[in-house]
Design a protein around this ligand. Structure first.
Ligand code: NI
Length: 167
């Protein structure tokens, strides 16, 4: 993605309980200046929040667009679709819209996603392990799903402390 410029703005992250997070997002039909601005704002919002991914509905925009970090590269994926998936993994997951909550989820070990980039070019991104989990998690947001729906276990406060240590 392109670097920061002075017009970027941090947007408010919608939290669980807000019905916006449960809606199905509409495809992006045209990559307008407004969509590019949204991508830049989402990038700044994501870095500010220290996350690895952010979906447009998390900033209140019901469009099929996500930012996600895979192998240290940040991708803006427009109208993303999982076209291949293999294996299974079980690991911890969290979400900027569900602060301080961690859960164990099952996700594919490896996924390949097809999407458009901000130039309207088709791209495919393959993620394994954390990358696969992040891609699935962000794409889930576009259909109103949160990781807490899929979690096989939500960590208790004691387990969180054990896992992350005391602040
Ligand atoms: Ni999330």
């Amino acid at each position: 993605m392109s670097g920061a410029d002075n017009d970027m703005a941090i947007r408010n992250i919608v939290k669980e309980g807000d019905p916006i997070l449960r809606k199905i997002c509409r495809p992006v039909t045209e990559i307008t200046p407004r969509i590019r601005q949204l991508a830049e704002d989402m990038e700044e919002t994501l870095y500010e929040a220290n996350g690895v991914g952010l979906a447009a509905p998390q900033v209140g925009i019901l469009r099929r667009m996500v930012l996600v970090e895979v192998d240290d590269v940040l991708y803006c994926l427009i109208n993303p679709e999982i076209i291949e998936s293999e294996g299974e993994q079980e690991d911890l997951e969290g979400c900027l819209s569900v602060p301080e909550v961690w859960g164990i989820t099952h996700r594919p070990k490896k996924v390949t996603v097809r999407a458009l980039d901000l130039n309207g070019e088709e791209i495919t991104v393959t993620g394994e392990d954390l990358g696969a989990r992040a891609l699935c998690h962000e794409i889930d947001h576009l259909d109103g799903h949160l990781f807490t729906d899929r979690a096989v276990h939500i960590l208790t406060p004691e387990e969180v402390e054990e896992h992350f240590g005391k602040n």
